[in-house]
Every structure is written in C-alpha cells, then in structure tokens.
Design a protein around this ligand. Sequence first.
Ligand SMILES: [Fe+2]
Length: 178
Amino acid sequence: MDIIEKIVSNFKNNKSLYIGENVTIAEHMIQSAMMAEKSKSKDNLICSCLLHDYGHFILDDPDELVRNNQDGRHEDIGYEYLKKFFKKEVVEPIKHHVIAKRYLARDKKYYKRLSEASVISLKLQGGLLNSKEAKVFEKEEFFKDAIKLRKFDEAAKKTGVKIKDIIQYKDLLKASLR
Ligand SMILES: [Fe+2]
C-alpha cells in the first residue's frame, strides 16, 4: 500500500477519541486543516495541520501513556515517520508543534484558552519554555508556521462541526510528497 492510501485508511479506521477531548484524532486533524484553509494558508501548512498528530496513530496506546503520566513525544514519532515521504515545509512545523505550545502558553491569555487535557499534557511535555529557550525557538526556520499550526490545533477540538472526508485531501497529500 502506498503512503497516501495508508494515511487515508488510518484516518478512516480511527475511532479513538483525541486524548481527553470529544473529537477523534482524525476529526481533530481534519478540523485543524479546515481552519488553515479558511485562513487562506499555504498548501504546505494545510498539509502540516492535516498530519500534525499522525504520531498518535503510530504510538501503541496514547491514552495509556497519559494515564501513566508519560509523554509519548508524538511530534517526534510523527516527524520521523512522515519526513521519509513529505516535504520539509510540511514536516518541520509538525516536529515543532509541541514546543510552539510551550512557547505560546507563556502568555496568560493563551494559557487560559487551553483545554483541560492540554494543560495536563503541557506539564508532561516539559511545561513553559524559559526566556532563553524561547529565544532559541524564535530562530527556528519554521517558527512562524509552527506557531500558526499550534493555534489551529488548539482551536480544532469543537464538536458538532461538519468535518470534511479525508478523501477530499488526497490531491493535497499527493502534491505535498517530496
Ligand atoms: Fe493536535
């Protein structure tokens, strides 16, 4: 099976809820991609959104990790896998979407908007960045896209939203291959 077919089938078969939220991981990723589209983002960023939590599909049991107070580093697992197939512009923001949360959450207003589950995972992911770490992160090549991805990510946990079918993103996925 080629990678696009594999991704489509993973999305279609995913029934597990996104940890601590009321949407599935697949719905959550599609919702974030739809938000990126609505904001007229570049195709690369839309594709980043669509695949940003793909690491959760690879991890054995993401819920079990949270129950045991462990962080599965899904951003690295997704990145290491996807970089074999997708462009740098697509996978780099994925790699940095967790550190982007640790960066953004330094702002009190942003922190208050985090869901309960997101506050718990923030702790497991290392908590807020200190100012030195924040400055280093700002110099990352894909800093801006990682921040944008993170904001779409945070907002994409709504229930009762009409969600596109993964099939509708097949062409975008194909065009994002390296
Ligand atoms: Fe996410």
